[in-house]
Design a protein around this ligand. Structure first.
Ligand SMILES: NC(=O)C1=CN([C@@H]2O[C@H](COP(=O)(O)OP(=O)(O)OC[C@H]3O[C@@H](n4cnc5c(N)ncnc54)[C@H](O)[C@@H]3O)[C@@H](O)[C@H]2O)C=CC1
Ligand SMILES: CCCCCC(=O)/C=C/C=C\C/C=C\C/C=C\CCCC(=O)O
Length: 273
């Protein structure tokens, strides 16, 4: 673990940060003393307005970079732009994600939720790694409780979020941190009050019946954005490389790593070569 990590003077890149949870992480990091934040998003209008608002309080600390994280060429340009502007990236939060399990959109959703995240991670590792002249850093990949559960109404979203968690834990295996000086971790929020949990009937599989929607989602605890920001704060400060964190039902930060490691231990004998 990196002792006494603090946001002060750090340069941060957050994808999907024009609104929702990404915007809340951006604002929290600046409040905690981050030097620069790159708000990366496909939504230029919302992103530029948000950055202008941030810069009223945190003078010239925020920049907006338009990027569709499903497009490799845009990711490449975006990462280069941020490195050129900031000189160095210390924190990457791979937050951009959508729930869209429809026949016509599932491929795009998977590209955004998983492939885009992998691409940004690989670029950040190359840039940050200490054994190749970088300064180390932190990467937080946004998974979900959907990546820990089976839900037949949004199986594609679940699959993409489980992939994020597996990718993160596999990448983090020793000697990753010893070689690179980078902590890579995953955050699994439960349902949280953003646009993502609105109009669910247009995002899930075979759920046109509004009564079923009501039965399925009617009693779900939708937590506050602030609860998830608190977990992000805790893991950036204290999280070990490879750790997995839960933010659910407005509960305090909870580390899931040992539970998931137990699963791996249980099946290890069966799957080892
Ligand atoms: N809200 C929730 O209940 C939960 C959200 N999450 C995850 O947290 C992350 C953020 O979600 P929310 O803030 O809730 O969603 P949101 O829908 O409120 O915000 C998503 C942001 O990502 C941007 N975005 C969408 N497609 C993009 C693309 N192709 N390239 C770049 N930016 C793009 C949007 O413009 C928007 O600013 C997502 O990865 C989501 O899966 C995880 C668990 C629960
Ligand atoms: C357990 C999945 C929670 C997923 C959180 C997330 O990333 C986005 C959620 C968006 C909307 C749905 C909110 C809650 C759905 C929760 C449970 C459905 C359970 C269905 C079942 O069959 O058990």
């Amino acid at each position: 673990m990196t002792a006494q990590w603090e946001a002060k003077n750090k340069n941060c890149l957050i994808t999907g940060a024009a609104s929702g949870l990404g915007a809340a992480y951006a604002e929290a990091l600046l409040k905690e003393g981050a030097k620069k934040v790159a708000v990366v998003d496909i939504d230029e209008n919302t992103g530029q307005n948000f950055v202008a608002k941030l810069n009223e309080t945190y003078k010239n600390a925020a920049i907006f970079v338009k990027c569709d994280v499903s497009k490799e060429s845009e990711i490449e340009n975006c990462f280069k732009t941020v490195v050129k502007e900031f000189g160095r990236v210390d924190v990457l939060i791979n937050n951009a994600g959508i729930m869209s399990d429809l026949e016509t959109t599932w491929r795009l959703a998977t590209d955004i939720n998983y492939q885009g995240l992998v691409s940004f991670t690989l670029k950040a590792v190359k840039h940050m790694r200490k054994d190749e002249g970088g300064a180390g850093g932190v990467i937080v990949n946004i998974s979900s409780t959907a990546g820990l559960s089976k839900v037949n109404t949004f199986p594609i979203y679940c699959g993409s979020k489980a992939a994020v968690r597996y990718f993160t834990q596999s990448l983090a295996m020793p000697p990753f941190f010893e070689d690179t000086g980078i902590r890579v971790m995953a955050l699994c929020p439960g349902a949280t009050a953003t646009k993502l949990v609105e109009n669910l009937d247009k995002k899930v599989v075979d759920m046109k019946n509004s009564k079923m929607m009501e039965e399925l989602f009617g009693n779900v605890h939708i937590q506050s954005v602030e609860s998830t920001v608190a977990v992000m704060h805790k893991m950036l400060k204290d999280g070990n490389n490879g750790s997995i964190w839960l933010s659910n039902k407005d509960q305090p930060p909870y580390e899931l790593t040992s539970h998931i490691d137990k699963f791996f231990t249980d099946v290890e004998e069966l799957v080892s070569p």
